[in-house]
Design a protein. Sequence first.
Length: 302
Amino acid sequence: MIGRIISCVGGVYTVECEGEHYRCVAKGSFRHSGLVVVAGDMVEFQKDGEKKGRDDIGLVTRVLERKNVLIRPEVANIDTLFAVFALASPNPNFLAIDKLTAIAAHAGIKTVIVFNKKDIADSETAEMMYKTYTDCGYEVVMLSAANDTEEVREKLLPFAKGGISVFTGPSGVGKSTVINALFPELHLETGDISQKTRRGKNTTRSTTLYKMGEDTYYVDTPGFTLLDFDRFRFMKKEELVYAFPEYRELATECRYTKCTHTKEEGCAVIEKITQGILPRTRHESYLSLWEILKNHKDWEKN
């Protein structure tokens, strides 16, 4: 039988197949080979009687080819990634945004950047964030999720229908509020901002796919503060330039074929930044990620 992994709790996977849900464990050889089954995976499974003493537990025997996979949050076969950040309380962090969008771009995942809390942000900040990322080729949506449910549905639903959509972003930005505005029947937990640390209390416990229509799934993921490039090997340093959409074509115009786009004379990317055509904040993020990735060795694994 072929089905989709919906969630995993305590090593037991929920597999959806033809409208039914089955509880399964993963084949032991997966662990030895280092293969981790994640939400969103399409799998081959035997539905029952495969675990000694537990005839109600099936067995995942094979993971079908993935079109993409993220390590954190752990989810596969994503169509759209909604990167949710706040315009205020907490203030937007360029490096955090650019880490996430770079990973999504490298994986071939469409990214929609959602800036929440526009009602408490100053107009200058909102305009600057919008221009920075739309000029770089991203879809950008501004919201006040806590105040306008209809606005959320009107702006986000068209991006999500007919595929798997991941909602992710730092704690405290209103990610669960955005999802609740879209799907109030989910009743996802939301946490208040800690007045002491000004960081959100992460209330989302595990990665879960919610089916909200035919071939339409929405994924809620554990919140994170930073994507850990030091620990996880997302890409090679030479691939980083292609994870910044606004740099891809320019990279072919540089004087040197092996230009790193960090400091070389004749770099077309740096030239556009110096001219004010491309945002300097994005290049600062690029430089930070380059420094991390250049220390990774080819033989290193995640």
